[in-house]
Ligand binder design. Structure first.
Ligand SMILES: Cc1cc2nc3c(=O)[nH]c(=O)nc-3n(C[C@H](O)[C@H](O)[C@H](O)COP(=O)(O)O)c2cc1C
Length: 211
């Protein structure tokens, strides 16, 4: 079993429709450590030693957050700036994160069609997430295709939130149980409800769902 750490950052949880539900699902999964960064550090006073120790104790690091200004909420950026230190996460002998996996699980207000060269946001979500992807690479982590819920603000009214939360739970369980088909996953740009390649007993690849 892999040890999963979910670092969740949402600056206005009382207004959250989707991340709160994702958080509730992640919290109750065995083998998953869930950390609400804004609840833990309301004044942005991050305990660097505790955060580094927690990273060392896990195999898969999940960053869960609503997409804010094409980036992370401010506290998660502060967390990166302080916790991913030279000599710990990168640089000579800075290999504490080497070999771990990194998953970004985000929700966006914008529609999927807006996140393209011809859309109003002009760039794909993978392009906009390249700072996080390269951060993971510099730290010698394996950057998994991100899990994205587009148009999150309307997702609850059309039933997508429920399905997304189930997909998120399945993905965390699959990472914990090493049941994500990694070669198939890496052929995808993103992970989603319909494109979650899971290994099943007797199967080697393919897009499959648990019943
Ligand atoms: C400060 C702020 C900045 C935001 N920036 C973006 C953005 O750059 N792109 C986008 O698609 N949505 C943006 N949004 C919308 C949020 O991503 C969206 O409300 C959130 O993902 C919904 O998840 P929740 O229900 O858990 O809050 C922004 C929202 C806020 C409050």
């Amino acid at each position: 079993m892999k040890r999963i750490l979910v670092l969740m950052a949402h600056s206005s949880p009382s207004q959250s429709q989707v991340n709160n539900r994702m958080s509730a699902a992640a919290r109750q999964l065995p083998g998953v450590t869930f950390v609400d960064l804004y609840a833990l550090y309301p004044r942005f006073k991050i305990d660097i030693d505790a955060e580094q120790q927690r990273l060392k104790e896990h195999d898969v690091i999940v960053f869960q957050f609503p997409f804010y200004w094409y980036s992370t909420p401010a506290l998660l950026k502060e967390w990166q700036d302080l916790v991913l230190e030279f000599g710990f996460a990168y640089g000579p002998r800075g290999d504490a994160l080497a070999g771990k996996s990194c998953l970004v699980a985000i929700t966006t207000g914008g529609a999927e069609s807006a996140y393209s060269i011809h859309g109003s946001n002009h760039f794909s979500i993978r392009t906009l997430l390249t700072p996080l992807e390269q951060t993971a690479r510099l730290c010698q982590m394996r950057f998994l295709p991100p899990l994205v819920l587009f148009s999150a603000v309307t997702a609850s009214s059309d039933g997508r939130t429920e399905r997304h939360v189930q997909t998120y739970s399945r993905l965390l369980e699959a990472l914990r149980d090493e049941q994500l088909d990694l070669p198939a996953a890496f052929r995808q740009r993103l992970l989603s409800e319909t494109e979650l390649p899971l290994l099943e007993t007797g199967a080697t690849s393919g897009t499959q769902r648990h019943g």
